[in-house]
Design a protein around this ligand. Structure first.
Ligand SMILES: [Zn+2]
Ligand SMILES: [Zn+2]
Length: 573
């Protein structure tokens, strides 16, 4: 079945396997299945829509709407929602059902859901069981850390995302079990390493790509169990140490040179370990994962990103330990779960946000341990089973999907035949965040004009860029010359011009690691690190050596030589 995306105009296909999945995940009420129709938008536009509901990185100060206490939150103070600090939100000092309301067939479902969104209290951020790690979001059990996002069990670490069990690290992304690491991406079990990508079990390595079990390697690529190598050439220990000492002095030029060197090396079509019948990138221990990126232990999944231990799921971002999931973001341990945002430990919950340990709920926000609720109103089982199918029937043509309005007439016509909200995730226009605060911005960057033209929200940052903040602070080139009071200075990002600060813990890290003070703000560093990674897109092309067809996240115009699995294994560096 060939489809045409009304948002980006691209063509996409819906296969018979896809249709079978939509049927399998469709909910049943009173013994009757309410079929979820095939999606209207293409996979990319669907992912963009989900990610527009996930603000990981933008944190603000505002007052808790229940206690009046100052708090750190992902909702800027101008957002017209009720935001409670974490302790207040999890407490029993308020009644989530107090915002309950009856379904109104005169209005579209999403309009009613948006109205509830403005009333139902939301949690300030997700930062559970931390110790001295207040400025973290979607975070669990971190200690003495600062600005960690989607990370867990890290200690004494700074400016990281998607990192686990790492200690004394800074500026790393997708790092597992790292210690004393700086600017390490997509790697695990590394110790005292700087500027690595796709490496494992390495120590004392500096600038590396695809290294495994290496020690004391500098600017190397694709080595296993090597030591004392520079640019993939073996040296004696003393020679190595002397040369590296010199090279580290001009690290800017060395890094640039390494990037060129890296581009000239053959690449494997997909970064994967034990991936059986999979397409995508960064996949490990998975089976039948198609169009999946950064996943581990997933099976029979399609269009799933940043997820672990998933089975039978389509269109999911940031989910773990779930089964039979469709169109969800930021979830954990759910089954029969569709069209949800930040929902954990639920069963048969649909069109809901921030619901925990619930069963059979529809269109609810902020509920804990509830069953048979619709728009935060309690019903009996019989009432629930009778009412939900009526609502779904109404949603099939309530004109509320939120993307038909600003398209060209020909596509608008086609879309109008199915402008219902049933089968669609929440429209971006009702996301509580500005598009530019969310993960959608990271993967699908749009200009302010493009965002507003689509009827989506834009968050206006306080513009400190042009404000006079005193004379420009000159950062000494060598960390040895940096005085303690640098932590009292306001620095200016050399790329964005935005002010940023160095915190004392950070200064100590740079001194211990002998790294110069960064000239770029943490967000710019994050952007540049993430840009080293391939995009979440796939292309059909031929292996550069044997010509065999491959599906790869390397776009055809890229300069790297991309090889199939067999040719990569025999490639010599
Ligand atoms: Zn599209
Ligand atoms: Zn080949």
């Amino acid at each position: 079945m060939n489809q045409h995306c009304p948002l980006c105009q691209s063509a996409f296909e819906i296969t018979s396997d896809d249709l079978a999945f939509y049927e399998k995940v469709s909910p049943t009420f009173n013994g009757k299945k309410e079929l979820i129709p095939p999606p209207t938008l293409c996979p990319d536009c669907r992912q963009q829509r989900r990610l527009a509901f996930r603000n990981e990185r933008c944190l603000y100060h505002r007052k808790c709407d229940l206690t009046g206490r100052q708090m750190i939150t992902m909702y800027s103070p101008d957002k017209p929602y009720k935001i409670y600090d974490q302790e207040a939100w999890w407490s029993d000092n308020w009644d989530p059902l107090a915002t309950g309301r009856s379904y109104d067939p005169a209005q579209s479902f999403f309009k009613q859901f948006d109205a509830l969104f403005h009333e139902a209290p939301r949690i300030s951020l997700i930062n559970m069981n931390h110790q001295n790690a207040e400025y973290c979001n979607f975070a669990l059990k971190n200690k003495n850390s600062y600005l960690l996002f989607t990370s867990a069990e890290c200690e004494d670490s700074l400016y990281m995302n998607r990192s686990w069990r790492s200690r004394n690290c800074a500026d790393c992304s997708s790092l597992e079990d790292g210690e004393l690491c700086y600017e390490v991406l997509n790697s695990d079990h590394c110790y005292n390493c700087l500027y690595l990508q796709n490496c494992a079990n390495c120590s004392d390595c500096y600038l590396g790509y695809n290294l495994h079990g290496c020690k004391n390697c500098f600017a190397c690529y694709g080595l296993t169990n090597a030591s004392y190598c520079i640019g993939n050439k073996k040296f004696e220990k003393a020679e190595y140490e002397e040369a590296v000492g010199m090279l580290r002095k001009d690290i800017g030029a060395v890094r640039e040179n390494f990037e060129d060197q890296k581009r000239a090396q053959p690449r494997k079509y997909m970064d994967c370990i034990n991936a059986d019948s999979c397409t995508g990138n960064a996949i490990s221990h998975s089976k039948h994962a198609l169009n999946c990126f950064e996943v581990m232990n997933v099976e029979d999944c399609n269009f799933v990103c940043n997820a672990t231990f998933m089975k039978d799921a389509y269109d999911v971002n940031n989910d773990d330990h779930s089964e039979l999931v469709y169109e969800a973001v930021g979830s954990e341990t759910n089954s029969m779960h569709a069209f949800n945002d930040i929902c954990w430990f639920n069963r048969e919950v649909l069109y809901s946000s921030l619901c925990f340990r619930c069963k059979n709920c529809f269109g609810c926000i902020g509920l804990k341990h509830k069953q048979y609720c619709i728009l935060n109103k309690q019903y009996s089982k019989d009432e629930y089973e009778k009412l939900v199918p009526t609502i779904i029937d109404h949603m099939r043509h309530d004109g509320g999907n939120g993307f038909a309005m600003n398209r060209s007439p020909s596509t608008a016509l086609r879309v109008n035949q199915a402008t219902g909200s049933w089968g669609e995730f929440f429209p971006v226009s009702i996301s509580p965040f500005g598009y530019n605060e969310t993960m959608a911005e990271e993967h699908f960057t749009l200009s302010k004009e493009e965002i507003l033209a689509r009827g989506w929200k834009w968050h206006q940052e306080e513009d400190l860029k042009d404000q006079y903040l005193g004379p420009q602070y000159q950062i000494p080139d060598s960390i040895a010359d940096v005085p303690d009071d640098v932590t009292k200075q306001i620095l200016r990002c050399s790329v964005t011009g935005k002010p940023y600060k160095i915190i004392p813990q950070e200064l100590k890290f740079y001194r211990d690691m002998n790294i110069p003070i960064p000239r770029k703000c943490p967000n710019q560093r994050h952007r540049e690190r993430i840009a080293l990674r391939n995009p979440r897109r796939l292309w059909d092309r031929g292996c550069a050596k044997c010509g065999k067809g491959i599906v790869t996240s390397y776009a055809p115009e890229r300069p790297e030589q991309v090889l199939c699995e067999e040719c990569y294994l025999t490639a010599v560096y």
